[in-house]
Design a protein around this ligand. Structure first.
Ligand SMILES: Nc1ncnc2c1ncn2[C@@H]1O[C@H](COP(=O)(O)OP(=O)(O)OP(=O)(O)O)[C@@H](O)[C@H]1O
Length: 919
């Protein structure tokens, strides 16, 4: 037992001993590692010290001398000597390599001596600009590379376009040098590219004109713009606007930046822009500085470079610096502080001026003066897809096309400008440009003009020109008194929006682009609804305004995702004021187009439209904020044979697309041309008496159904003879179509002698259809009613009693023989009991009171439907279930109400009677 304990203790002791040994070793190793690290640190500190004082000064430097006894010093010095000599061995051919680098990165005018290019037009329109631009040369001492008493010279160039901004700092009295440097750089750039590919903006806090005077000739063209020294904000806004627009465009096309897009597509779509800002060394105002920084950070990706002279700021993005040392020399961030750059001498002033003139001439020639409408059109029609957006140029700015985009961020547009400023012309330019790019399967147009006149009428087939615009689905003209038609269009669009959103839901997508992807066989064109003088919609305080507002707001909010877009045009103030109280619509119109002198279309502080020249427009995709301004000259699209020429071409190309519906408020519709009339046929027990054309997007008619049921009579109310004849005529003729010959009887009771001819003519027409048709005179009416009241119980066919000015015979009807019912009693019986026995009265009373007298107490129920002509709405309440009727009579229009189908009365357009012309 004891032996066992002793053995165990020995084992534990041995184990502990072994552990102690291991710990000792580890501690020793750690001590050694620590010491080695400390040595290394000391060595590195020493190395840093020597580098900071310079290797060549190490021997004499007192700080280094303190380490004289340090054994590490020698190894540090020898290590640094090695590095230096191997570096200079590499650098021996450095100047030559730099020369080659500049030669390849700064080809042609970018790096070559001016004698080789100054005065010649550039030819480069490639996708990638030179990377470097020469500013001078630098000379270094050859001693360092083992060639004492020699010097080595190499070219110095700076990056600019697509690569970097430039910040130049001057010294006192060096303005001429700075100007020469900037002029040299700009001239190299301008002479590299084809004329017009570069735009230069000049701003000088201290000068209004005379900035780089040798460029004067170019300031008449788009190549150089001199900005007002007090309006830096305008320049920054303009640049910010370009950046946003270009950014949106490139992103939309799937590229991160303009240079990337250029490289990928091999096409230059935008000019390069260089903005030169001359400051005075003082800080910019904080708001300018903020805007400048914002511009600088997005500029390069949009092809914009800044050259800042004495503008103290720390810019975002990459910036190279040139700091002048005196009037010839500078240092630059490209070569570091130890290399002094000898700036190139100024270009000869005369030669720069004449080169600028040549370039200016070339730009003017290239821009070709004002462009025409046909320059807006693509060479091949109908090639674009509208799934994501609609995009089309509408004009030109300095030779470059200016586009309008209708899509996600700019779903709706507001166009404003005083009368004659070119709104209609703009609309034509836009419609032409869009319809030439997008086929009718991609774009459907609904065009409504509240102005008096027929501005869109030419887009529908006409007498002179049978062609039509195949994209147009609806054209409404002369609707200034038919606000209901505007409402009908909004209702139609709203229904279409619902239909699209239901389809989107079914496919589990949220917008039109996705819907088109998921349902490639569906027909989902983008819809553009243009409403010219839209403020008419809100012209009165009535239910039309209330409904139009609600519908417009809904469309403005939700139309975007369903591809339904509104373009609202107006003569500024009136139109825009109409929006007060409807901010939802106004705000959603993020695309603003201001014609010259338009007010309130753009943001309040944005005065661009005030200064816009004639036949121009300010196009702004940023809700009218100044940085969104794009000025464009709009070509003349309204000149004779301009738009029609395009229309004919499109019409031929898309021959299979149906004609648009034309609603012309100034032309009374013809019954014989009405679709509703054309589709009537015999064989119904609910014949329909048409009374007028309804004000709807579809070609529909109003009519009263006449089943054999109580109350199915029609009253026409008012003194307007022509319209009354028209309504009864349409009713009779449409009924006649729904019966086989001989199965319907028409009794035409004419109490007004002046209508006898028309009534006779109608009777003849009905007889021609093979129907029984008899004309009954005023004197015969009491007997007719007595007879009908008597025989209606045995009637088996249908009898339509058409009464003209029935009130004229009221006194005679009221005549009562003792113990016998009067004529009026018979008429009342007829009205009450006739319809359920197939005998219907369709009568014209020349006033509401006279109808009431006819019907007597409790008789209103017997008039199931009425058409009111020149009768005030207030009189109609008793025949409209007591509801308030808003109706002020207007020529050529009537109010129709059918108890059986209507919640409230609707405006109808009596058909034009062909015979009416002859009377
Ligand atoms: N860009 C243009 N170039 C040449 N002529 C133009 C241009 N724009 C408009 N016009 C001419 O000016 C006239 C008025 O233009 P337009 O009818 O478009 O103006 P508007 O603003 O619609 O006026 P209103 O509101 O009174 O109808 C037209 O005869 C048209 O031919």
């Amino acid at each position: 037992m004891r032996r066992k304990v002793v053995q165990q203790r020995a084992r534990v002791t041995n184990a502990l001993e072994a552990l102690r040994h291991q710990i000792g070793l580890a501690l020793g190793a750690a001590r050694n590692a620590h010491r080695a690290a400390e040595d290394e640190l000391a060595r590195l500190r020493l190395e840093q010290l020597v580098v900071s004082v310079g290797l060549e000064n190490a021997a004499t430097d007192p700080q280094v001398a303190e380490h004289r006894n340090d054994p590490a010093l020698a190894s540090v010095l020898s290590w640094l000597e090695n590095v230096k000599s191997s570096f200079y061995a590499d650098w021996a051919d450095g100047p030559e390599r730099l020369r080659q680098l500049v030669a390849s990165a700064a080809p042609g005018p970018a790096g070559r001596p001016p004698g080789e290019w100054l005065g010649r037009l550039g030819t480069f329109d490639g996708t990638k600009p030179p990377e470097l631009w020469r500013i001078g040369s630098a000379t270094v001492d050859g001693t360092s590379i083992g060639r004492p008493s020699t010097t080595l010279t190499f070219d110095v160039a700076v990056p600019l376009l697509d690569e970097s901004h430039l910040s130049i700092t001057s010294v006192p009295k060096s303005r001429a040098t700075v100007d020469a440097l900037v002029e040299n750089l700009l001239m190299r750039v301008l002479s590299t590219f084809t004329p017009g590919a570069v735009r230069v903006h000049l701003w000088d806090v201290g000068q209004l004109t005379a900035i780089l005077p040798n460029f004067y000739a170019l300031s008449r063209t788009s190549a150089v713009t001199v900005h007002d020294p007090t309006r830096l904000v305008d320049l920054l806004d303009e640049l910010a606007g370009h950046i946003r627009r270009i950014h949106a465009h490139t992103l939309q096309a799937g590229y991160p930046s303009l240079p990337a897009m250029r490289r990928a597509t091999g096409k230059r779509v935008e000019p390069w822009r260089i903005a030169v800002l001359y400051g005075n060394g003082e800080d910019l105002a904080p708001e300018h500085l903020r805007d400048l920084k914002r511009v600088a950070s997005g500029a390069l990706a949009a092809g914009i470079s800044l050259i800042l002279v004495d503008v103290p700021t720390v810019l975002g993005g990459s910036v190279e610096t040139i700091s002048l040392l005196d009037d010839r020399r500078a240092i630059t961030s490209m070569t570091g502080p130890d290399v002094v750059v000898d700036l190139d001498p100024p270009l000869p002033a005369g030669q720069v001026a004449s080169a600028a003139s040549r370039l200016a001439e070339a730009i003017v020639t290239r821009q070709g003066g004002p462009r025409s409408f046909f320059d807006l059109l693509p060479t091949e029609f109908g090639q674009e897809c509208s799934a994501r957006e609609l995009r089309a140029p509408v004009g030109f700015h300095e030779g470059e096309p200016v586009e309008v985009v209708i899509g996600d961020t700019t779903p709706h547009a507001l166009i404003g400008g005083p009368s004659g400023s070119g709104k209609t012309n703009f609309l034509y330019a836009l419609l032409g440009s869009l319809t030439a790019r997008y086929s009718p399967d991609e774009l459907a147009l609904y065009l409504l003009d509240f102005k008096e006149g027929v501005s869109f009428a030419g887009l529908a087939p006409g007498k002179k020109d049978e062609s039509w615009l195949p994209h147009a689905r609806l054209i409404g003209v002369n609707v200034n008194t038919d606000r209901e038609f505007g409402l009908a269009l909004l209702r139609f669009l709203s229904d279409e929006m619902r239909r699209r959103s239901a389809a989107a839901k079914e496919f589990e997508v949220t917008n039109i682009a996705e819907l088109r992807e998921q349902d490639p066989d569906g027909h989902w064109p983008r819809i553009v609804a243009v409403i010219d003088e839209f403020q008419y919609l809100f012209a009165e305080r009535d239910s039309v305004t209330a409904m139009a507002t609600a519908l417009l707001e809904d469309l403005a909010r939700r139309g975007r995702s369903q591809g339904i877009h509104l373009i609202l045009a107006s003569q500024d103030i009136a139109g825009i004021e109409a929006f007060w109280g409807k901010p939802a619509v106004f705000e959603q119109c993020t695309l603003r187009i201001a014609m010259p002198k338009a007010r309130r279309v753009l943001a309040e502080a944005n005065q661009a439209a005030v200064a816009a020249p004639r036949w121009h427009a300010v196009i702004n995709h940023e809700s009218g904020v100044a940085h969104g301004n794009q000025l464009a000259h709009i070509p003349d699209a309204s000149a004779k044979n301009t738009f029609p020429a395009l229309q004919r071409q499109l019409w031929q190309q898309y021959a299979t697309h149906g004609r648009p519906r034309l609603f012309d408020g100034a032309v009374a519709p013809r019954l014989s041309e009405s679709t509703a009339f054309g589709t009537l046929a015999p064989g119904t027990d609910r014949p329909r008496a048409l009374v007028g054309q309804s004000i709807e997007v579809a070609d529909n008619a109003h009519g009263i159904e006449l089943p054999t049921a109580p109350g199915r009579n029609l009253a026409v109310l008012g003194s307007s003879r022509t319209e009354a004849l028209s309504v009864l005529d349409a009713a009779a003729r449409s009924l006649a179509r729904q019966f086989e010959a001989g199965t319907a009887e028409f009794l035409l009771g004419c109490a007004v002698d002046t209508c006898l001819d028309e009534v006779d003519a109608l009777a003849n027409l009905l007889a021609e259809h093979g129907h029984k048709a008899a004309v009954v005179t005023a004197a015969e009416l009491p007997a007719l009613f007595a007879d009908l009241a008597e025989r209606m119980s045995h009637s088996d066919g249908r009898t339509f009693v058409m009464l003209y000015g029935v009130d004229a015979v009221l006194p005679a009807l009221e005549h009562k023989e003792l113990g016998k019912p009067s004529g009026l009693d018979h008429l009342r019986t007829l009205l009450k009991q006739g319809p359920s026995k197939g005998v219907h009265v369709l009568g014209w009373w020349r006033g509401v009171a006279r109808l009431k007298d006819t019907l007597g107490f409790n008789g209103t129920e017997d008039i199931g439907a009425w058409v009111a002509l020149d009768v005030q709405g207030s009189e109609l309440a008793p025949f409209c279930a007591g509801q308030v009727v808003h109706w002020s009579p207007r020529p050529g229009r009537a109010l129709f109400f059918d108890r059986g189908t209507h919640a409230s009365p609707e405006v109808t357009i009596p058909f034009h009677r062909p015979e009416a012309d002859d009377v």
